[in-house]
Ligand binder design. Sequence first.
Ligand code: SF4
Ligand code: SF4
Length: 419
Amino acid sequence: MRKNKVFKIPSRDSDDEVLIYVPSLFRLGVVSREESEDLPEYISTDGDLALDDASFPFPPIFNSLTLHLSSACNMSCTYCYNGQNAQSCHLSAKQVENSIDYLLDHPRDKKLKIHFMGGEPTVAWESLQHAVDYAREAVSNRDTEIIFAITSNGVWSDAQYEYIINNISDITISIDGPEDVHNKYRKLKSGRNTYEHVFRVAKALNDIDTLNLCLSVTMAREFVERMRSITEFLCREFPGVDIFIEALRTDNQHSNDAIVLSPDIKIFLDNYIDCLSYLRKAGFSNDISNSFVKPCGEQRTRYCGASGGNFIVSPDGIITACGAMTYNKSPVSNYFSFGEVHDSGILLDEDKYRRLVEWNVSNIEECNDCIARYICLGGCLARKAHLESFWSRPSCYCKEIRDAAPSYLWNQYMELAGG
Ligand code: SF4
Ligand code: SF4
């Protein structure tokens, strides 16, 4: 028998409504206050919770490969994680081929994805085109479908635009909001603004039905109170497009004298939930996500692919499970790396890979019976990686997430109920 904790969350808008949430059964529902009083603190069910049934064999199998083709960029964003002054490095053609061969020889699915990132991946233009040609040729005699994705700043030439729309189906463009917000930090190396160009590219992409467009917003402290108007602007201009809002991280900015502050996470989450509620009532269908809280109802215990699901190759050929560690040369990046790609082939470290696979929310004592267990999952590992035994510690923003969970869950319920 398994005991499932029952949470009762009174409505802020109605004296008689109580949201019932049973995290381990992934159930949300509303009852009257009187009915809620009769519900027990725990419900017993038979059997174990069936979660994360994906297996993690060694050598590992993946459904995607992320190639950080180059650390170079055509922009110079003030808050960039990449490092304005860092010497740039690039993956060689052979490293790209060896990485693609590994994915194709160790597929988790019949449908695989190759995702181009950087730096700015379009700066490594020849390498990107080579990767597309090589992968297409390599799958031509296999029972495998391959799709391509890119995360980019959108500062492309006309020829690059044409190539991308004809070859890459999943496109994420970094745009921070309307003109004054975007242009504040997202500039070319010359200091010129980029909004006009990026907005025009994103609009054109949005008009192409066959593409999946996503917008990625980096939120600095000074703009967090404007989150509602920023997201409303993007929802109006890009109906139905997924929008990911990331709170700016300050641990990886390239310049101490140009530091841009990260938002207070409580304020960030309060504004995020306000946004969700406002946009839902206003009838927008865009999916607005962030990295602190995930939709409840997903039956898993791993916060992200850093627990063995990611196959990410950094521009210097390190294989890592964490996207934030591709430029991080501090000792903590070592926890996430599990191999190297060379011109001569791939080396994988079995012990390191097996350790990654062990990282999940079940290791974190504080998360047992937490209301946010399946929406927080213990939080981003990279954000807490500087702490000793970080894989068994709660999120650095545990209190903020726990406090935000009741309003977030109410919003989820209203969304599911179409209210
Ligand atoms: S640990 Fe955090 S930064 Fe790393 S891949 Fe997961 S979500 Fe991204
Ligand atoms: S809010 Fe804290 S205790 Fe709850 S799941 Fe997240 S890290 Fe764990």
